[in-house]
Write a protein that binds this ligand. Structure first.
Ligand SMILES: Nc1ncnc2c1ncn2[C@@H]1O[C@H](COP(=O)(O)OP(=O)(O)OP(=O)(O)O)[C@@H](O)[C@H]1O
Ligand SMILES: [Mg+2]
Length: 301
């Protein structure tokens, strides 16, 4: 795989970008939905920075506001309080400097793989021959050149997700925002995708804000991992991942990796139980230590 990722034949545009690649800053950011009694506070007072070229993951229990945070950074929704900044400028809407990859494949089914990848460049008015060269270079890096004329429904899930990543990279974004992009994939495909992503990130040195439920995935890919609390989502902990680069699959069995894994597991377990404790009945909580809290409701302890 690595040989396929060596310097592309041309990729002039992709390699000629200045070294500075998007800094993300979230300042005291809060996000609520609805009003009055039905109001849901999804995210509360989040402070977080992604340095240019840094790979940062967010991990936290279901419903703690991870996607909400990412949507704010993508510019899809404004925050209720606080600020989201890209290179010091408040984010007010989506922009070509931010590539977004979601868990669900979001390719245009009526377009071939290559046309999907070229789409963003076409919107930017890039000439057809240049679009084609860029798309083919990136597809080659992701091992998909042989499928450039296929349609999305002729691809496997992992291949579709690779096309999604390549499509997001095609416009040379400063920032990649990824919301559980490998969530639907089997364990083996996922490992391959993680290696492809870390290789591509190393090559293009863009800033990445990555959301995952998979602790090992977060450690393997990231420079830093943020753990969020159960809703309302706040930052509970921040862990640097001091493993050397490039990352390899062998590192996942190193002592250092396992130590970080244990630390993160403990932090996340507390929050996952807290998140679900509010919604599970006594039968669902069997096997966990619980006690009746002041409100008379069963709580996990
Ligand atoms: N558009 C919306 N309108 C109302 N409530 C919303 C909206 N989007 C999210 N929420 C609520 O905000 C909270 C956080 O949702 P969010 O999707 O950000 O969680 P998440 O951490 O991404 O969860 P998961 O890990 O399950 O994807 C949830 O309680 C959800 O119901
Ligand atoms: Mg989500």
């Amino acid at each position: 795989m690595n040989s396929a990722l060596k310097s592309p034949a041309h990729a002039s545009d992709l390699n000629s970008k200045p070294a500075h690649r998007g800094e993300i800053e979230l300042k005291n950011l809060s996000m609520s939905f609805g009003q009055g009694a039905s109001q849901v506070v999804a995210v509360k007072g989040v402070n977080l920075t992604v340095a240019p070229g840094e790979f940062v993951s967010i991990i936290g229990p279901s419903g703690c506001g991870k996607s909400t945070l990412l949507n704010v950074v993508a510019g899809f929704t404004p925050p209720t309080e606080g600020q989201a900044l890209l290179d010091g400028v408040p984010i007010t809407g989506p922009g070509p400097g931010r590539g977004v990859v979601f868990q669900q494949y979001s390719l245009f089914p009526w377009m071939s793989v290559r046309k999907n990848v070229e789409f963003g460049l076409k919107m930017q008015g890039v000439a057809a021959n240049k679009r084609e060269t860029t798309a083919r270079t990136l597809l080659g890096l992701a091992g998909l050149l042989a499928f450039e004329n296929h349609y999305p429904d002729q691809l496997s899930g992992g291949m579709k997700q690779r096309v999604g990543i390549v499509r997001a990279l095609a416009t040379s974004p400063q920032v990649m925002l990824m919301d559980e992009p490998f969530g639907a994939l089997d364990a083996q495909t996922r490992v391959v995708m993680q290696q492809i992503l870390t290789n591509m990130w190393q090559k293009f040195r863009l800033s990445v804000l990555f959301i995952t439920h998979d602790i090992e995935e977060a450690i393997f890919l990231s420079d830093r991992v943020f753990v969020m609390t159960a809703r309302p989502g706040r930052i509970k902990a921040e862990l640097p991942i001091p493993l050397p680069r490039p990352r390899t699959a062998e590192m996942m069995s190193s002592v250092e990796f396992i130590q970080i894994l244990h630390k993160l597991r403990n932090l996340i377990r507390e929050e996952s139980l807290a998140a679900m404790g509010h919604e599970l009945d006594a039968g669902g909580l069997e096997g966990f230590a619980t006690e009746v809290g002041p409100s008379g409701v069963q709580q996990l302890v």
